[in-house]
Write a protein that binds this ligand. Structure first.
Ligand code: FAD
Length: 401
């Protein structure tokens, strides 16, 4: 076990808790500061692919995951207009055989709770709610956070895991607001028993249509269904606060040309939440992830479009890689953090770029749509699988293509 490092973590989302867990398990002392009055996550689902499940298993979360997640049979891609199946990727059994871990889908609150409980079981972690913090100082021999009451909190290393609108990132890299994607996400969850049998599912289904797609998958041991519909559109107001209740009428208007099973599913959802999606361009250099004694992690470092379902996954991989970098006792802490960034930035940039490209392909019209559908029919699983990502080592900066 390496000598204890005093780690400060800003943010208690999936990324911050993952960082706290990984580093506390390695014997470091962690103080985590969350601006909200309680630890919570939005009521929506999340897909966690085998590369991420492997990390969670390494942290001893296998049984907890097994108890609350769903493990879909397959990913099926369907035309939102005709309902036709365009492609299919087997997941159950195949993911374990090829990538050493299952493909899971889970309620975000369940994953958050799993991480929180594991963190709370670590004696060297203290958790502080109602604590919005920012970077006060990063010197060669230490870092300091600042609370709104101007209280200084000192440590050896700061992990900025404070999300898309990160205050730590802003203090470190300057003000560069996130990019407005022009895409809106409608999200909902409902018990499968509230649906007619024909609409229930044990698969991840991606419905692709012109300028839209809808992703549906089971969570909570398969008892609930998560539905997310992405459409083109803009909203007004403060984008940092953009999460609002909504009903199906606006969504149904956009989906009016879609096939009846998809419209029936949308009609069956009693309540939606609406998000405006923002991201940042792919990381261009390791200095965007770590400088001196400050490291960024998760959405604070690389917020991405959700079209490869990897934002939280990359945050969890970051936490694993950060912990491994901090273990390298022969080098000083800034060099360890630089090594973390060097190990991570290209893989995260590649995932960011691929997610953006997926959005264009999912929403394609005309010849691109025709080519997409033809390629899926021809290549099937080979097109839908992502071996470099699912088999990839979170520490390998240049995964195989
Ligand atoms: P956040 O979840 O944003 O957490 C940041 C935390 O920091 C929050 O708790 C916040 O309150 C706190 N905070 C903020 N500022 C401060 C401050 N100054 N001081 C202290 N605390 C602060 N990812 C996947 O892996 N799979 C998926 O299937 C998937 N689907 C998605 C679908 C949609 C529609 C969207 C929008 C995203 C999806 N993602 C998915 C991405 C994923 O949600 C995010 O990448 C992930 O939640 C980022 O976690 P984080 O901890 O880095 O940031």
């Amino acid at each position: 076990m390496s000598p204890q490092i005093e780690i400060l973590v800003a943010g208690g989302g999936i990324g911050g808790l993952a960082a706290a867990l990984a580093t506390a398990r390695a014997g470091h002392r962690v103080r985590l500061f969350e601006r909200a009055p309680a630890f919570s996550e939005v009521g929506a689902g999340i897909q966690i692919s085998p590369n991420v499940v492997r990390v969670l298993q390494a942290w001893g979360l296998q049984d907890g995951l097994q108890a609350v997640a769903a493990f879909p049979d397959a990913l099926q891609v369907r035309s939102a207009l005709s309902g036709r199946t365009l492609g299919r990727l087997r997941l159950a059994g195949r993911a374990e055989a090829l990538y050493g871990a299952p493909y899971a889908t889970i309620h975000r609150a369940d994953l958050h709770q799993l991480l929180l409980q594991a963190v709370q079981a670590q004696p060297e972690v203290s958790l502080h709610l109602n604590s919005p913090v920012t970077l006060a100082e990063a010197e060669t021999d230490g870092v300091a956070l600042l609370t709104p009451q101007k209280k200084r909190i000192e440590g050896d290393v700061l992990v900025g895991a404070d999300g898309l609108w990160s205050a730590v990132r802003q203090a470190l890299l300057g003000v560069q607001p996130p990019r407005v994607t022009g895409h809106l996400a409608f999200r909902a969850m409902l018990p499968q028993t509230h649906l007619p049998a024909a609409l229930r599912s044990t698969c991840v289904t991606a419905w692709l249509g012109p300028d839209l797609h809808v992703v549906v998958y089971p969570v909570r041991g398969g008892h609930w269904l998560n539905v997310v519909a992405i459409v083109h559109g803009e909203v007004e107001g403060d984008l940092a606060q953009w999460d609002h209740g909504n009903n199906a009428s606006q969504l149904l208007a956009v989906l009016s040309d879609c096939c009846s099973p998809l419209q029936d599913l949308v009609r069956a959802v009693p309540e939606w939440r609406l998000w405006a999606l923002c991201d940042r361009p792919p990381l261009a250099r390791p200095e965007d992830m770590a400088q001196g004694r400050v490291a960024l992690l998760g959405d604070a470092a690389h917020p991405m479009r959700p079209y490869l379902a990897q934002g939280a996954g990359m945050a969890i991989e970051d936490a694993h890689a950060l912990c491994r970098a901090l273990d390298q006792q022969a080098i000083d802490l800034p060099t360890r953090l630089r090594r973390y960034a060097l190990n991570r930035w290209q893989r995260c940039a590649r995932v960011q770029a691929r997610a953006e490209r997926n959005g264009r392909v999912f929403h394609a019209t005309g010849p691109v749509q025709w080519g997409r559908d033809a390629a899926m029919a021809l290549l099937g699983e080979r097109l839908l699988d992502v071996p470099w990502l699912y088999a990839g080592d979170p520490l390998n900066p240049l995964p195989d293509a």
